[in-house]
Design a protein around this ligand. Structure first.
Ligand code: ZN
Length: 233
């Protein structure tokens, strides 16, 4: 099965539209989203509606949880909190209802999907260290687990020996961020996996960053959220 995995859209409509049109061109069977549809950007409703339309499975991110009152706003940094407060004024009731119904974790087709980590996902911890990764591997049983949350792409095997998917091992894969990359590459990121061939590739797609920057600057959102997109930080 050919699967695209997208994460951390953060209300960036130009990036999401570009990614979805690229995914269409490579003919996948399913699209999954590992959360944080909203936060930081000015297009929460449009992004939720596209995710609803195109994704077979979607899990909740911490920004989605913050918007519906399932994560404390004090747990966010100042920019994240201000953006969520902005989003609360803009979000449509039906889209809040949609976010409220999202699960924290799903497992389908030998793949687990979760935003932060499969180990106590409701705590929104980050997988940064090898200890974090070890704890994560103990918390899922499928061959693959896709995560987001750090906005930094990575692939790691259970024995920590590989950063490339090969048949027969188990992998924890972070697909990076569609709408707010933080690895120094401004291109929107998503993951593509062919589960029959055990082939995985991280894809980077250039999108119209200037449209997004202008939209942020005209929205009343904190200006610091716009310029970071140029450098992907
Ligand atoms: Zn995020």
């Amino acid at each position: 099965m050919r699967i695209a995995v997208i994460s951390d859209i953060h209300s960036n409509l130009p990036a999401l539209e570009k990614i979805l049109s690229h995914i269409k061109s490579i003919h996948v069977d399913r699209i999954y989203c590992t959360g944080d549809i909203v936060g930081y950007g000015p297009f929460p409703n449009e992004c939720i509606e596209l995710i609803k339309e195109h994704c077979h499975g979607v899990v909740m991110g911490n920004h989605d949880a913050g918007l519906i009152g399932k994560a404390e706003l004090t747990a966010f940094n100042k920019l994240g909190r201000k953006a969520l407060e902005w989003t609360m004024k803009e979000i449509k009731e039906e889209n809040l209802t949609y976010l409220s119904g999202l699960p924290l974790m799903i497992a389908e087709k030998d793949i687990t999907f979760v935003h932060s980590t499969p180990a106590n996902p409701e705590k929104w911890n980050y997988v940064i260290s090898l200890d974090d990764a070890r704890e994560a591997f103990q918390a899922f049983t499928t061959s693959f687990c896709f995560i987001g949350h750090t906005h930094i792409p990575s692939v790691i095997s259970e024995d920590f020996s590989l950063h490339k998917v090969v048949r027969g091992k188990r992998f924890l894969i972070n697909t990076g961020s569609v709408g707010q990359p933080r690895d120094g590459n401004p291109g929107a990121a998503f993951g593509f996996i062919d589960t029959d061939k055990w082939y995985y590739e991280l894809k980077r797609i250039e999108y119209d960053v200037n449209t997004m920057i202008n939209a942020i600057e005209n929205s009343g959102l904190p200006q610091l959220l716009s310029r970071r997109l140029i450098n992907g930080v």
